[in-house]
Design a protein around this ligand. Structure first.
Ligand SMILES: C[S@@+](CC[C@H](N)C(=O)[O-])C[C@H]1O[C@@H](n2cnc3c(N)ncnc32)[C@H](O)[C@@H]1O
Length: 259
């Protein structure tokens, strides 16, 4: 168990945030465009419920909670459990719709040993600079046998995500993210074994036209890391799709569970 003074923690966190910094602009863009609508969370509620039992009093940590939409959903779905939230970006912590949010990171979690019944990481794992250090820290705070629930787009898994159809250059960015075997191997060093992995479908936007109208480059790490030319070409593809395609935008991200 270790606690840092706030200033020391903040300096350490600054060095640990990877890929993009989640400053005020990124945070606002994420908040405006990346939250799933409450009705569209049902597939995730069911998927998480297959691996995590929300018994009264259990403690579930939303690690890298961002603007807090998952922590808020957990509190709404399961009022009897204790939901905790940790986030390294001050801009995200300030705007979080779930409070309180503690400063911390995947390798620096401000909770005692064996104090948690589950850890949730949603679209966070690719930002973690040292997966083995994160796995050790998550092992420390979890009770034996409790699950790590990782929601992510993983390297090599672009085909179920429409964004990569419109922005194919962003596939190369996704392929720099950890793959499922990479995460399994890193967590194995801390004694974890994968106990489940499933693609979970979600309605990301009610229509392609909505997706096109609401797109914000700052809200998507893969779009921030392609060239301006590739981004412009993708926007043109998306606008063409908005004119010709009907129906909701359904993507699938993966849920990887380790214990
Ligand atoms: C794409 S956002 C996802 C936010 C939230 N989990 C969600 O799904 O809505 C990624 C988040 O990971 C956070 N993050 C970055 N590096 C991290 C680290 N090393 N440990 C924990 N969280 C981190 C970022 O600050 C940001 O809030």
């Amino acid at each position: 168990m270790h606690y840092l003074l706030p200033a020391a923690r903040s300096a350490r966190l600054g060095r640990r945030m990877a890929l993009i910094a989640y400053d005020r602009v990124d945070t606002a863009a994420f908040e405006e465009t990346r939250h799933l609508r409450d009705d569209d969370l049902a597939t995730w509620r069911a998927a998480i419920g297959r691996h995590f039992e929300p018994r009264p009093g259990v403690r579930l940590l939303d690690l890298g909670c961002g603007t807090g939409s998952w922590a808020r959903a957990f509190r709404t779905w399961w009022p009897g459990i204790a939901v905790l939230a940790v986030e390294p970006s001050a801009a995200m912590r300030e705007r979080s719709m779930f409070q309180p949010v503690s400063a911390g990171a995947a390798d620096d979690i401000p909770f005692p040993d064996a104090s948690l019944d589950g850890v949730w990481l949603s679209t966070v794992i690719h930002h973690v600079p040292d997966l083995e250090a994160a796995a050790r820290e998550i092992r420390r705070v979890l009770k034996p046998g409790a699950p790590v629930l990782i929601r992510s787009a993983f390297a090599g898994r672009h085909e179920a995500i429409n964004l990569f159809r419109w922005f194919p250059e962003a596939v190369a960015v996704l392929d720099r993210y950890p793959s499922i075997p990479d995460v399994e191997a890193a967590f194995a060093t801390a004694g974890f074994t994968a106990t489940g992995c499933e693609p979970v479908p979600q309605v990301t936007a009610p229509s392609v036209a909505d997706a096109a109208a609401g797109l914000q480059r700052d809200a998507h790490t893969p779009l921030q890391l392609i060239s301006d030319q590739a981004y412009a070409a993708g926007v043109a593809r998306l606008q063409e799709a908005a004119r010709t395609e009907s129906g909701p935008v359904v993507d699938a991200l993966d849920l990887l569970v380790l214990r």
